[in-house]
Ligand binder design. Structure first.
Ligand SMILES: [Zn+2]
Length: 169
């Protein structure tokens, strides 16, 4: 409940009992008064509020409680913000790990493919080697030259007896 200051209203002026004014005697100064009904009126800057004493006390008490709740809410908000920031860091780490993992998998696959290729090559070389060894063994056993029909020594298909490359039969 508010009421504008009405100095021309004789009733209001007569029944209110001023308790405090600073500075004293200044009509426009902030002041406190008690009404005939026992209400406590507070005038600040010309705007007057009148409330029973218990209501003033209750209002102050509720205001303090509201301030406390606001402080708690702010603290919770800060804590939540920090938790979110920490979560974002964890999420970022996880994404980086996923990327690293994908890159490592790719490298492992490439390495495996390279090993398989090398194995294939070794197998091929082994087969060639086996073929050559078999050819050498066959040449060492000797045979009949297709050109001179001799049984002299040969190196590969080259006959050391006739200097021709006709192979063995
Ligand atoms: Zn020959």
């Amino acid at each position: 409940m508010t009421s504008p200051k009405t100095p021309s209203d004789p009733c209001a002026a007569n029944t209110d009992r001023e308790l405090w004014r600073a500075p004293p005697g200044d009509y426009y100064a902030d002041s406190i008064h008690v009404t005939a009904a026992g209400g406590i009126g507070i005038d600040v800057g010309g705007r007057v509020f009148v409330r029973p004493l218990r209501m003033w006390h209750d209002m102050a008490s509720k205001y303090d409680a509201l301030l406390e709740r606001a402080e708690r809410a702010e603290a919770n908000e800060n804590e939540l913000r920090m938790t979110r920031a920490a979560y974002d860091v964890v999420l970022e780490d996880r994404n980086r790990v996923e990327i690293d993992k994908a890159a490592l998998l790719k490298r492992a696959e490439a390495a495996e493919a390279e090993v398989a290729r090398q194995k294939e090559q070794w197998k091929l070389l082994g087969e060639i080697n086996d073929g050559l060894l078999a050819e050498v063994a066959r040449l060492k056993q000797g045979g009949v030259c297709r050109v001179c029909r001799g049984t002299g020594k040969h190196w590969n298909a080259f006959c050391l007896a006739c200097d021709e490359t006709g192979g063995l039969s």
